[in-house]
Design a protein around this ligand. Sequence first.
Ligand code: AMP
Length: 395
Amino acid sequence: MNILVLNSGSSSLKYQLLNWDNQEVLAKGLVERIGIEGWMIKHKTLDKSAGNERKKSEIAGNLANHNEALGKVLELIAGIKIDAVGHRVVHGGELFTSSVLITSEVKEQLRKLIPLAPLHQPANLMGIEACEEILPGVPNVAVFDTAFHQTMKPEHYLYALPRELYEKYGIRRYGFHGTSHNYVSHRACEILGLDYAKTRMITCHIGNGGSVTAIQNGEVVDTSLGFTPLEGVIMGTRCGDIDSAILPFLAKNANMSLEDLDTMMNKKSGLLGISGVSSDHREIEEWFLAGKEPETTVMKMYTKGILKYLGAYVAYMNGVDVIVFTAGILENSSLQRKLLMENLWYLGIRLDESKNDFRGEERVISTADSKVTVIVVPTDEELMIAKETAMIVSH
Ligand code: AMP
């Protein structure tokens, strides 16, 4: 079964075509600048004639919308039959606790959730509708960023705001990156030979966006992203936790509008905001290693932000058995992994320094006598979406 995995952004379309029978990636790529002059596709295929080397091509021109973008992608993968499409959908609200076959009723419910994700949800719907039009009869499946976290209990997902805001507007913690936390937690148990339903885990998805999740008895206990993907740890350009009273203060004293505040918190804060130079962890690391300020303080703040959640989640679960590191920064940065683990000695966690110098591999990095196993598992959201899609269309 060939499964096309689509991640539609407002002006982009990321895709991956997998042969589910052997989990081989047949083609993948990214269309950028949809609806903007000068679109581009970065496309890679598995070329068996060239000894399975991947071929790259980049094309530029003009593309008006997601239908045209998908049309181009299908031209590039012409000749390969597509049996199902799995869509990454950002928000399932409280309506979707697992992946679902897309029907007209499901689309109606997805539309109702637009206020919760006004930028991403319409783009996801555009991707779905483009597939329905261009690939009639091919089933579409929605895999949600939020669904994995729907096992949280009210004491974890409610905010201490007037209750009617939850009842009337759905203001609560939803959590995001669910597909990634789901994938890496299951994969870690598979590698370590542990029973998922009996393992206390903390998964740290730390990339440009970041979130930490506590999983116990196979269910999410808590997660650091909240009503939107802004709460929690410091991110590339997002501020993470702040005192929310800063916002009315700035509105009154700095004459900032709601839009200014939103842009400031989402696009101008985080690593970029405090360093003043870059949202890229690699650059911050270089300056930190050279002992420069403010980058040294930035790295300390960044590490402290993640530790705060690790500590809290150990307390929530009354312990932890496995910590999983994933996403761009924790898959690749031995320094960031070390900085975090140095502060977990009180839990009996020991880093095996001889195993920590690597990038992007599945590997246990704690010592044999460490009280908690710490493992790096590179995330694979596309594979997880394909898995969910295959499961749903095969039933
Ligand atoms: P992601 O959003 O998961 O793609 O992660 C992107 C982040 O990973 C960026 O901040 C990159 O700087 C960071 N990153 C990628 N490679 C490295 C590396 N070798 N060392 C430190 N950070 C890295």
